[in-house]
Design a protein around this ligand. Sequence first.
Ligand code: UFG
Length: 323
Amino acid sequence: MILVVGGAGYIGSHVVKQLVETKPVVVLDNLSTGHRYAVDKRAVFVHGDLGDRATLVRMFEKYPIDAVMHFAANSLVGESVVEPMKYYKNNVAATLTLLETMMEYGVKRFIFSSTAAVYGIPNVDLITEDCPTNPINPYGRSKLMIEHMLSDFASAYDLRYVVLRYFNAAGAHESGDIGEDHHPETHLIPLILQHLLGLRDKISVFGTDYDTPDGTCIRDYIHVTDLAEAHILALHALLSDEKKTATYNLGNGLGYSVKEVIDMCERVTGKKATIEYTARRPGDPERLVASSENIARELGWQATRSLEDIIASAWRWHASKRG
Ligand code: UFG
């Protein structure tokens, strides 16, 4: 059985939907940002906190857990700057409790959701996993601290793990049942689509004076279903002992500027956006684009969905729920 911590959240719920096709799954989620409706009915659901040792102990006693996938985290860069304590407590300390309980019960396979934010402001066009890690905010630092913990636990306790550093996850499940549903929403694509649905009066572009061809920030948008497929491959590699430890970037390898994303949303939806150009948002790196060569070579993963596919799937989801 696979324990998915944070399986009611955006990325976790998409992975659970694929995972339940082949494996028994138990989800632990405190529903602080996730949604009960998003958890596939075929999974067992436990409402609880990952930092609560008693809950974890009960779960490890009750279910024959072979591996853990860990998605539960606070993940807003801006919030992490004003509330770092929340990030070190809910991300770092809670993960330590999880790992400690796993070691106690001899569960030694772990897949961890990390982020492009561990790189800080890289000065390369395509970011590879061996680029220096210099996070510039507490969110990125909290994720990097966990990466260091995993490496130390691998040496000392034979923990087997795959770290997946996501770039900009976006898009929705093809079933139309689940998609990106954050409250409040801060991410570019859902904000544009909510605007185009008439739920917001405009879309703000944060900064037009970056050193990029059109002056707006460049990001690597990756379809959440492509991300989910990478998790299934990573799990297989751990369970079959093909891999003991690995850290992979997950992106498309293609950079799109904020303006290009707005253009694509207009094209896909056939609607015209009202754009407000504002000052830069603090802490935004100019360009973040992944090289995902390593996971392609080692696990045979490929991102197969384009920015247009991402936006079309997100549009179906947002239009169906009107938000
Ligand atoms: N942006 C706008 N207007 C908006 C919202 C966003 O112009 O209303 C811009 C941002 O400035 C940025 C780009 O759109 O240039 C993408 O912003 P998002 O907030 O959608 O995503 P981020 O790149 O800031 O964040 C993502 C993940 C984080 C992760 C980070 C790593 O969501 O979890 O990448 O840098 F930490």
